[in-house]
Design a protein around this ligand. Structure first.
Ligand code: ATP
Ligand code: MG
Length: 247
């Protein structure tokens, strides 16, 4: 079966002041419809670069990217915005400070506006409708995070790319965001790539997991299988240190 989203042998090297950093080496991945794929790895392992390449914000040096049958490598956000949305750690900065939440959300949809659906979505992400009249400066980080999820859903894209979206919020908001994604995944068949350095959090949410180190995918598989029987030494290390941290 054809995947919803697929990347094949993606490479990306950054050159700054004559110095090269290979951020991605032959990274391949896939995402099926209605699936939440977790990507875990330490700082600098290439997670954000991968999402930026997938969303067209950064151009890969080589490799292929497929949305269904369409190879869209080389296309920018104007094109990828038709089928995916990025959600960032700093949700606040993704909102125009001059606009109300309502305006920001309405602008995210190209097609016919539907206010009824908008208020339904606001409730679905656990926010009160009155927040729609606020500007970003009057919202908390957790509220913005949920608002940015609502905005992505309202824009009618089927794929969310989440880059460390729970890192800047407190533990209880973290849980709420994870629960929300789980719920939306079940009720709306939302497909999602969830990037985090927190393997414990990822294992709560994602059916499948991919471990990255130094720009490579070192292990991939069903979360339960990877957690209970990791094949890679680095994966073993990650799981061990996560176990220690939770006690
Ligand atoms: N614009 C850039 N210019 C130069 N080097 C970059 C750039 N973006 C990323 N890199 C480098 O590429 C590597 C991968 O970075 P990336 O941001 O993808 O890692 P990450 O896994 O998201 O890390 P973190 O968990 O800290 O967010 C790092 O060595 C980083 O320094
Ligand atoms: Mg990152």
């Amino acid at each position: 079966m054809e995947h919803l989203l697929e990347g094949k042998k993606i490479n990306k090297t950054f050159v700054t002041k004559g110095k090269e950093t290979t951020a991605l080496s032959d990274v391949s991945f896939y995402l099926d419809e209605g699936e939440i794929l977790g990507i875990v790895g330490e700082s600098g392992s290439g997670k954000s670069t991968l999402l930026n390449v997938v969303s067209g914000l950064i151009k890969a040096d080589s490799g292929e990217l497929f949305y269904g049958e369409e190879n869209y490598i080389g296309k920018g956000p104007a094109h990828t915005g038709k089928f995916l949305r990025m959600i960032f750690q700093d949700a606040k900065s993704s909102f125009d400070p001059r606009m109300t939440m309502e305006k920001s959300l309405l602008e995210s949809r190209r097609g016919k506006q539907d206010r009824g659906e908008l208020s339904e979505l606001i409730k679905a992400v656990g926010l009160e409708e009155k927040l729609l009249s606020r500007k970003v400066s009057d919202m908390s980080g957790g509220q913005c995070q949920r608002m940015s999820i609502a905005r992505a859903l309202y824009s009618e894209v089927g794929i969310l790319l989440c880059d460390e979206i729970t890192s800047a919020v407190d533990v209880s908001s973290q849980k709420q965001v994870v629960e929300l994604l789980k719920k939306l995944n079940e009720s709306r068949k939302l497909s999602c790539i969830f990037v985090s350095h927190d393997i414990a959090l990822v294992s709560m949410l994602c059916g499948r997991i991919m471990i990255m180190k130094d720009g490579r995918c070192v292990e991939e598989g069903e979360t339960a299988a990877v957690i209970s029987d990791p094949k890679n030494e680095y994966t073993k290390l990650l799981i061990e240190s996560a176990k220690k941290q939770s006690f």
